[in-house]
Every structure is written in C-alpha cells, then in structure tokens.
Design a protein around this ligand. Structure first.
Ligand code: C2O
Ligand code: CU
Ligand code: CU
Length: 487
C-alpha cells in the first residue's frame, strides 16, 4: 500500500500534478482564490535558487549555559527575539529565535533534576513555549492560549521525571505556531539519565544533533512563508543548507529530529549500508534495531548510531532522503571521513527496560480528515475550539486510540501532549522495531489506521492537547482538547 501511494506521488511529480497534490497540503487562506490556485505556486514566488549542496559546514547548535545551578535546579534565561541568521552563504536572513540562534540553543537536562527556563518575549506576537515530549503539568506545558504577551516574561518549570530522551521545544501560540516555528522558534532539549550514562554509547563530540527541516527563501534572503508544502524546497540541517560534516572513522550517535512544519523524510545512507537505531521519540529502544532506513514525520525523533569506521579516510557518505524526494530534497548532509580515531564505544544488545503495558479499558476512534474543497483539516470532523472538551480520560487508565487518515494521499501524523505511547499496529501490521519503542508522535499515512496504546499514568491533571503535527494543519485547527481527570 505504502509504495503504491508513493508511486502515485512520484507519478504526479513527473506529470506536474505534484503542485496540485502538495497544494492540498495547505491552509484555508491559500484556497480562497481559485484563480491563484490555478497558477503553479512556483510561478507566484520568487524563491532563491537552491544552494549547491555540501558548501557549508554543519554547525552544532550551542548548548545553553545555566544562569544558576543549585543542588536540585538548573535555571536558564532564554529570551524570544528577532535575530539574523546566515542561512544562504553571505546573506543575512531575519529570523525569530530563542536566544538569538537559528535553531535555538540545546538545553541539557538530567532525569529527576529540575530545569527552569525564564523567557522574555521581545517579539511583536504572543508566544507560548511547549516542551514537546515533556512530562509536565498543564501550567508549564505551553498551551495554545497560554500566551506570553509581547514584552511580558514567563518562567517554565520542568521536573524531568522521565527517562533519557531527545525532546525539543517550540512555539505553540495558536494559529501562529506554524509561522513562528517556521521562522526559527525551536530547539533541542536533551534529557540524560543514569541508565543511558551506564551504556558505552558514543558520547561527547560523537553525540551529534541533526535537526532537519525545509525552508523557502526569497531571492533577497528573507523567508518566504505560506502554508504550502512546495514553497519550501531548501533542506537545512542545524540551520544550514545541506551541509557537510567532518567525522572520524568511528561510531557516532546522530540525534535526528524532523523539525519541518510539514515535510516527511525517510533517511538512508547513500551507500545503502545499515545503521543502528537506538532511540525513538521518548527514549532508548529496548534493543538496538539494525536497519537501512528511518522514516520521520514532523516532530518525530530517532537516535541512530552510524559506524564510519567502515569507510576509509577520504571517503564521504551522504545522509539521503528517499521519501517523495522532490528535486533538491534528496541530499540531507554529507559526512566526510577525515581522520581515524580510537573508538571505545559500542552499542549493547540491551538498551533499556521499557515500562510494562497495562490492559486497555477503552477504545476511542479519531479520524483525521482533510477537506479538499475548504482546505480544513479536522479531527472527528471538528476544527479546534478552545471552549470544547473533546476527550476526557481518567488518570491511571490505559486506552487504545485508533487513528485513521481518511485522505487518499495527504499524510498526517498524531501527537499527544504529556504521555508516551506504544504503536500496536499500522493497518493491522505490527510496527517496525524502530517504531515499537516509546513514542509521542506517530505517522498516519494516507489511508492508514494506526492503533496506539496510551497509558495516562502520570500524576498530572487538566487540559492537554492532541493534534496533527504537520503544524500548518494544527495551526489551522487540526487539534483537539484532552482533559485528564483524577480517577
Ligand atoms: Cu510539538 Cu502540541 O506539539
Ligand atoms: Cu507536544
Ligand atoms: Cu495533518
């Protein structure tokens, strides 16, 4: 089924139909003019030509330094401000940032230790920072209407009562989150724990964040923004266009985040060689998964270990994208093996003990619908309404959520705040080992039904959210409210 749909997309690309197909991945605002819709979008935009790949070194986002450290708490200051970034070589692009960098700085947290993030909103819009994947109370979850007004400040507290995982923070201010995140408002948040620290995995400078996203740049270097998929043809990694990264001939842990608003990726090595996936969204897998590809929809994470000792010094290996690779989006980052190095690291056969699953007491169905005529993305037929309670669950309960994407070719995904979940099956088939660990976002491809097992096991109560994480969709209403009540 999957490959049939992919063939369809390829066919549409070949015949020029891709513009129509991707035009359907858009907002209501973009569908107001049918005359404009008739014109291929690329003809309406003056996008800068794509950068020749591998001209720029891949930077590592800076690690944020705490302003204070006590025995229990690390405190950070992270102003929200406009800045400029050199995305195209020699050109400065105005961006919206956390702390002035594009993407934002990485926050390193430790399981069980408190992290406090103080923000001052120095931009013209209200903002709301959500820590995606965090086990956190509603007051610190960064809800869509829980805004930091322009000029105001806000403190978020994270208790990090969860296992080691690659999380990320991003704006969630309703209706503008897609544009805010697109313009730069996101960054990584890495939680470590004692189990992970006890494993001989690659660490330090061999543990490398790889934040992949797409973007559309005007010829003058400013960002082009609409809710269209095909207006974002330029791939960036850690804020730079299709960079290169010099590596030693040894193992590296790559923490891959799909930080795109809408673009799904499937990552492979140009050699076709295997690598080892060790973690998914919410932590280490129980055992390493040897594979040749890792698919990630927006907001999903995968940590992989690539062994560059297989390649002689002087060779290069490219991380490629094989998911609907529109021209120019095939190349992600080129790894240049430039030196040898000792490698005391290894990937043990057991990585983590996943929490036991409980028996479900209820099943709920969610339908992800996209109306081609109105451009509305809905969940169970409804656009998001802050005043409506969509789903109420009792803390402590375990449920099966059955999520169906009704569209013939538009992909969606599904994210729930607070909880992690397990994927039971996809169209009745078990997930790959790479998708069988702890997840908080799951792909729901066109026509698919995905069943997940969700335990509402955390001692937090109140208003949370679930939504499609193609955030152009959620920012237009493909989101719903989840109230967790005391049992
Ligand atoms: Cu990453 Cu509600 O979002
Ligand atoms: Cu989230
Ligand atoms: Cu969607």
């Amino acid at each position: 089924m999957r490959s049939t749909r992919r063939e369809l997309l390829k066919l549409m690309a070949a015949t020029g139909g891709a513009l129509t197909a991707s035009g359907l991945l858009i907002s209501r605002t973009s569908t107001t003019s049918s005359a404009a819709d008739a014109v291929p979008v690329a003809d309406q935009m003056r996008l800068a030509p794509l950068v020749t790949p591998f001209q720029t070194a891949m930077p590592i986002p800076p690690v944020l330094r705490p302003v204070s450290v006590t025995s229990t708490t690390d405190t950070y200051v992270l102003p929200i401000k406009q800045a400029s970034a050199e995305i195209l070589p020699g050109t400065s692009t105005p961006v919206l940032t956390y702390g002035g960098t594009f993407p934002g700085p990485t926050i390193k947290a430790r399981s069980g230790r408190r992290t406090v993030v103080r923000q001052v909103n120095q931009i013209a819009d209200g903002t709301s920072m959500h820590l995606h994947g965090a086990v956190v109370d509603p007051a610190n979850d960064g809800g869509p209407m829980d805004l930091i007004a322009p000029g105001a400040s806000r403190t978020y507290t994270y208790t990090n009562q969860q296992v080691a995982a690659t999380l990320w923070y991003h704006d969630h201010a309703h209706h503008v989150e897609a544009e805010h995140v697109y313009r730069g408002m996101s960054g990584l948040y890495l939680i470590s724990d004692s189990n992970e620290a006890s494993l001989p995995l690659p660490r330090g400078s061999y543990d490398v964040p790889v934040v992949v996203r797409d973007i559309g740049l005007n010829e003058d270097g400013t960002l082009y923004f609409d809710h269209l998929f095909n207006s974002r043809p330029q791939i960036l990694v850690n804020g730079k266009p299709q960079p290169y990264f010099q590596v030693a001939a040894r193992k590296y842990r790559l923490r891959i985040l799909n930080g795109s608003n809408q673009r799904p990726f499937e990552f492979r090595l140009s050699t076709g060689d295997e690598f080892v996936q060790i973690a998914s969204d919410r932590g280490l897998l129980s055992a390493p998964y040897t594979t040749t590809s890792v698919p990630l929809s927006p907001a999903e994470r995968a940590d992989i270990v690539v062994d560059f000792s297989r390649y002689p010094v002087g060779t290069s290996v490219v991380l490629k994208n094989s998911y609907f690779p529109a021209p120019g989006t095939e190349d992600i980052v080129r790894f240049d093996v430039v030196r040898t190095a000792d490698d005391p690291s290894s990937v043990p056969a057991r990585l983590a003990e996943l929490p036991p699953t409980a028996a479900p007491t209820a099943t709920r169905a969610f339908s992800l619908e996209f109306d081609d005529t109105t451009g509305d993305g809905t969940i169970n037929g409804k656009l998001w309404d802050e005043n409506r309670v969509d789903t109420t669950v009792r803390a402590g309960d375990t449920e099966i959520w059955e999520i169906t994407n009704t569209h013939p070719f538009i992909p969606h995904n599904f994210h729930i705040h607070l909880v992690d979940f397990r994927v039971l099956d996809i169209n009745g088939k078990p997930p790959t080992p790479g998708e069988a660990g702890l997840k908080d976002t799951v792909r729901v491809q066109a026509g698919e039904t995905v069943r997940i097992l969700v335990s509402f096991k955390y001692p937090h109560y109140g208003r949370y959210y679930y939504h499609c994480h193609l955030i152009d969709h959620s920012s237009m209403g493909m989101m719903a409210n989840l109230d967790i009540v005391r049992a």
